[in-house]
Ligand binder design. Structure first.
Ligand code: SF4
Length: 486
């Protein structure tokens, strides 16, 4: 089966998060709580979802293509996932083809018991490791990068599961936030740079792990703290323990979580995502405001930045673009030409508002530029006298290899054209992006620390914090560094 270019049901020209993870230990409604948590994390992946539970005797699993509400809305399905502990996963895939065998959590019966694993992120040496494992006799069930973690755990010579998993993770390079379920433990692990998010919560006696705090809110759980980069937390009948089995690295959390991926009501690093987005909009306005009558968000992801922009310059914030929320995922649009036709199904101009007005359109990012071009044309046809576009991130000129679905570099508008050419192609009077330092200022930093950047920002800068082993081959890898330090 080849990879089908599924279109995101909400935004067809956006980067897409690959996955959301959730885990519960110590609640009789573990599977129902997990389904709710996955529902709150639906924005992180709509292609497929799954839950694995354990009932003190056996594991139960339900994995399906489609969204959480379609697969876990049935009481009988939840009833079939008995037990006081469960993990779940939402998937939007770039690694592996979109088939049921790739839907997580992955489960394997290892020599010492069952192991279920849900992974958010992407391993940059997965193919290299897979080739080695296959040459030693491993038989893979999926095409997922995450499966190498299971095989490495299975073949570890350590005795305890925590040590076996540690052994496996010391061999991988890449971004990962994992939730793992065994017959006795719920384990949460974050990669040494903390590129992808993972938070810890508490609901009465139960411990919860989730990609974002919005998934704690939905079940009424209390936010305890973020899992630290390189930390492994182990929850069992005796409580929770924290381990630091990996060499320490400076934190490099994905800055795009703040720009676009995370839900605006989530909190990372004591920072509200919503407030961060408003501050990015304010920085953008300080750097590049154009005289105009109205500030208009490109819905929905441009909305908080547009609010911040409008408040900064004291202009009216108006809904000049109305979005149709009921598109569903019926559109499989394999070519750019057909993709062009889709935009008007999703967005309409509020023509009486924009007619004769100079407008500033605010969006979070430009990927291919196809949606931006159509929206600008729509605004001009609706009678806008000037159209200025402001983007609440620096130009996206590089692909992500750490768990975000990015087009190849040759398809990224900013990788192909300079600012003036992009403005001409999109059809705007002026175009500006927030600067990289403006983005960091919005995060509460004075600027990007060039020597040791505070975030992963590789899709803007090309400064990849982790080696791209499968892509580049032969380079010194984090693996070799880790092995040296062991
Ligand atoms: Fe996030 Fe971009 Fe880094 Fe990927 S490359 S982890 S999207 S900042």
């Amino acid at each position: 089966m080849t990879d089908i270019a599924f279109q995101h049901p909400f935004d067809d020209d956006k980067l897409h998060e690959e996955c959301g993870v959730f885990g519960v230990f110590g609640n009789v409604e573990a599977a129902a709580l997990t389904a709710l948590g996955l529902h709150a994390l639906q924005h992180r992946g709509q292609e497929a979802c799954g839950i694995v539970s354990f009932d003190n005797t056996q594991f139960h699993s339900h994995r399906s293509i489609g969204r959480v509400g379609d697969n876990f809305g049935d009481e009988a399905v939840i009833a079939g996932l008995a037990g006081h502990c469960a993990i779940g996963h939402n998937r939007y895939s770039t690694s592996g083809e979109p088939a049921l065998r790739n839907v997580q959590p992955l489960f394997a019966d290892l020599g010492h018991g069952g192991l279920a694993i849900a992974h958010n992120g992407n391993l940059t040496n997965a193919q290299t490791l897979r080739n080695e494992l296959v040459s030693r006799g491993s038989i893979f069930q999926s095409t997922m990068d995450s499966e190498v973690i299971i095989h490495l755990t299975a073949t570890s010579r350590q005795a305890r599961i925590v040590d076996r998993l540690t052994d496996a993770l010391r061999q991988v390079v890449g971004a990962y936030s994992l939730v793992v379920l065994t017959s006795k433990k719920l384990i949460g692990v974050r990669d040494p740079m903390g590129i992808r998010p993972l938070v810890l919560g508490r609901l009465d006696e139960a411990y919860i792990l989730a990609s974002e705090t919005c998934a704690l809110e939905i079940i009424g759980a209390e936010f305890v703290r973020e899992i630290d980069p390189g930390e492994m937390v182990v929850v069992d009948e005796d409580g929770i323990t924290s381990h630091r089995p990996f060499p320490t690295h400076p934190r490099r959390f994905c800055i795009f979580e703040h720009v676009y991926f995370a839900r605006p009501d989530s909190i990372f690093d004591d920072r509200s995502v919503y407030e961060a987005r408003k501050r990015i909009g304010a920085e953008l306005a300080k750097e590049s405001h154009a005289p105009a009558d109205l500030v208009i968000p490109i819905p929905d992801s441009g909305t908080p930045a547009a609010l911040g922009y409008a408040q900064q310059v004291g202009l009216p914030f108006e809904l000049g673009i109305i979005r149709n929320h009921y598109i569903g995922r019926t559109f499989i649009e394999p070519t750019d030409q057909i993709r062009h036709l889709g935009v008007r199904l999703k967005h309409s101009a509020n023509a009486p508002l924009v007619k004769g007005k100079r407008i500033v359109l605010v969006d979070d990012s430009i990927v291919r530029g196809t949606t931006s071009t159509k929206i600008v044309t729509m605004m001009r046809e609706a009678g806008a006298s000037e159209v200025h576009m402001r983007i609440a991130s620096p130009p996206t000129a590089h692909s992500c290899y750490y768990g975000v679905d990015t087009p190849e570099r040759s398809k990224l508008l900013a990788a192909r054209y300079d600012l003036a050419e992009m403005a001409r192609l999109i059809g705007v009077d002026t175009l500006a992006f927030v600067s990289i330092d403006g983005l960091y200022r919005a995060m509460g930093e004075t600027s990007r620390n060039e020597g040791q950047p505070q975030y992963c920002d590789a899709c803007f800068t090309g400064d990849y914090p982790l080696a791209l082993v499968d892509r580049d081959g032969g380079q010194e890898t984090q693996l070799s560094l880790l092995n040296e330090r062991r």
